[in-house]
Design a binder for this molecule. Structure first.
Ligand code: F6R
Length: 608
């Protein structure tokens, strides 16, 4: 979603801002712009479209604004279509702002400002904030900011420059994340660390109700009463390499290949003496024993990780687990109460629905556990218990490595719950934990040869629609496989429980329609084969993702992707998701799509 950057220092800032915006491209956007204090004015250049074709082309034609202090933005349209006029920065030459989030009461504010003689140009909610600041401004930026914020309802992060203060940037936030980066003789604001990582690793996390005022030398924070506050400086543990492609053609491919490493980084510190140990995250066997029911609430791929978790926890710990889509959970009046555990899974830690669902769960008396990748994110900060996944920055919009470590954490949790509840003994807990530890090697091996995935992708590129089918854990995986494929290849795809096909969906099968059958679970294998035969006899082109030792006859499958035979059923999803990721990736590449930034999508979904 929208991205904010700001720079103040000694260097010409136009290029710094544009390059930082490029680092935020992965979040998803449809227009971009910069505003710079330039020769006594605020000069704004903004354009619809990708940075290279829109903003950069305009900067080349019109000339770059000269100046060392400016703000910049990538906009993902919510109020008003993507257009030059609706792009940010937005302002009147005296005060200019960039804004992430949504102003809920913008209509009332707009009506009020119109009654005061203001004329609006854009369709955005952001323009109401820019004009409200102008309405309150009498020479003191902080007074204007405080008065305006008192009127505004919604979620926002704002970067603001005032013509009267040519060497300063002001920043505030509520809900939408914003950090203030501390450099050497230069300072920054950014909606996430990747934007400024090449300049600094030191940053302050801006909290709700705090105003930051920065110039090249100083960063000062105050609260809404203008009382100065001291904040703790954090240091990002992500290095620049993690945010670069490192020789891979796309971030998605790089992130798929990083999976063995990130599994190790995530699970190894949480295994002590061969047993899962999540105590450093506030999770103890005593706590895990007492929950009546477990809910997993998340969106998209993170929700699919929850589904794998459900199968595993229910299978070995015998505790009921409900998995909910966060946007449904929060409005369905869920039956959650004290004694329940609500697990929120989120890569970004900022997904609006997941955050709201977590707050609701807390209000209803449940304990909340967040499984989050981005340090210091809202979900991470508000949860009762927290497990960080150490996937590093995930730049590709389509989640791969973050999903992998979300599953890895769900396994550790399942083992610990099952052991705490006496459902498995210590020997079994150790055995399962060591199986989990072996998964990086298994995945490494699968990744050594991606030719079969490329061939399968070549068989899919002309399809209008396809199905993914599976049973049990394979069904949970087929949902993720299907989502991955459709989001980056733009081919319609659905996942179905294999046994459910004949209750309606099988009527879709026509000659050569691709069906990807995930059949790794040995206990369900024969059942799945029967379902595969049902589609094969109706003309489907069947691609099986199964164990290497199985060689399907031509009347069952046209092609297979083989997985190691010796991986246990319970652990198999960690291996089996890899070909599904690769098939989606290569299909997107072969169709010539923008793999890392698929159309209409945003990496961090901060609106509901
Ligand atoms: C799909 C994908 C999304 C996210 C979803 C939740 O590849 O990445 O479906 O999983 O938007 O995002 P987080 O995990 O940040 O809450």
């Amino acid at each position: 979603m929208c991205g904010i950057v700001g720079y103040v220092g000694k260097q010409q800032c136009a290029d710094i801002l544009v390059n930082a915006l490029k680092k935020l491209e992965y979040r998803g956007y449809d227009s971009a712009g910069i505003a710079v204090h330039s020769e006594g004015k605020i000069k704004t250049v903004k354009a619809k479209g990708k940075i290279a074709e829109g903003l950069e082309a305009k900067l080349t034609n019109e000339g770059k604004p000269v100046g060392t202090c400016g703000i910049a933005h990538t906009r993902w349209a919510t109020h008003g279509e993507p257009s030059d006029i609706n792009s940010h920065p937005i302002g009147n030459g005296k005060i200019t702002i960039v804004h992430n989030g949504i102003i809920e009461n913008y209509r009332e504010i707009k009506e009020f400002l119109i009654s005061k003689g203001y004329v609006f140009e854009s369709e955005t909610d952001t323009e109401t904030v820019a004009k409200l600041l102008d309405y309150y401004y009498e020479g003191n930026p902080k007074d204007a900011i405080i008065s305006a914020l008192n009127d505004i309802e919604g979620a926002y992060a704002l970067g603001i420059i005032f013509k009267d203060f040519p060497e300063k940037i002001f920043a505030v936030r509520k809900e939408s994340p914003l950090i203030v980066g501390k450099g050497n003789g230069e300072n920054f604001i950014a909606s996430d660390m990747t934007a400024i990582l090449e300049h600094t690793k030191e940053y302050y996390l801006l909290e709700y109700g705090e105003i930051a005022e920065l110039d090249g030398e100083n960063i000062v924070f105050c609260d809404m009463h203008k009382t100065e506050i001291t904040k703790e400086l954090s240091v990002a543990d992500w290095d620049l390499d993690a945010a670069e492609k490192g020789g891979y053609e796309h971030f998605m491919l790089k992130e798929i290949h990083e999976q063995p490493e990130v599994i190790k980084t995530t699970i190894n510190p949480r295994i002590k003496d061969g047993m899962p140990d999540l105590s450093e995250c506030g999770i103890t066997p005593e706590k895990l024993k007492k929950y009546n029911k477990i809910f997993v609430v998340a969106c998209g791929t993170a929700m699919h990780a929850g589904l794998v978790g459900k199968y595993v926890i229910e299978k070995i710990a015998r505790v009921p687990v409900d998995v909910d889509i966060a946007s449904e959970f929060r409005y369905r009046d869920p039956i959650v109460s004290e004694g329940d555990l609500v697990i929120i899974i989120s890569q970004s830690g900022e997904t609006a629905d997941s955050l709201a669902a977590m707050r609701l769960a807390k209000k209803l008396g449940a304990e909340t556990l967040a499984i989050v990748n981005v340090k210091g994110s809202s979900i991470a900060r508000e949860a009762d218990m927290l497990i960080y996944t150490h996937a590093g920055p995930e730049i590709a919009v389509a989640s791969t490595k973050a999903y992998m470590v979300q599953i890895a954490v769900m396994y550790l949790l399942a083992f610990e719950i099952a052991f705490a509840m006496g459902k498995i003994d210590e020997a079994e807990c150790r055995r399962l934990t060591s199986l989990l530890r072996e998964t990086p090697d298994v995945i490494e091996k699968i990744l050594e040869d991606t030719e079969d995935a490329q061939y399968i992708a070549s068989q899919l590129i002309t399809a209008d629609s396809l199905l993914y089918i599976g049973r049990g854990l394979d069904y949970a995986l087929s949902m993720e496989g299907s989502l991955k494929l459709k989001e980056i290849s733009y081919i319609h795809s659905e996942s179905y429980a294999a046994g459910e096909l004949k209750h309606g969906t099988i009527s879709l099968i026509t000659d050569n329609m691709p069906v990807i059958a995930v059949a790794t679970q040995t206990d369900l294998f024969d059942k799945t084969i029967s379902n595969i035969k049902e589609v094969k006899t109706r003309g489907a082109k069947v691609i099986m993702v199964c164990r290497e030792g199985y060689n399907p006859d031509k009347d069952i499958a046209d092609f297979k992707f083989g997985l190691p035979d010796d991986v246990e059923n319970l652990i198999m999803p960690m291996a089996a998701v890899v070909p599904l990721q690769l098939i989606a990736y290569y299909t997107s590449v072969l169709r010539g799509n923008d793999v890392d930034k698929p159309r209409n999508l945003a990496k961090s979904v901060t609106v509901e």
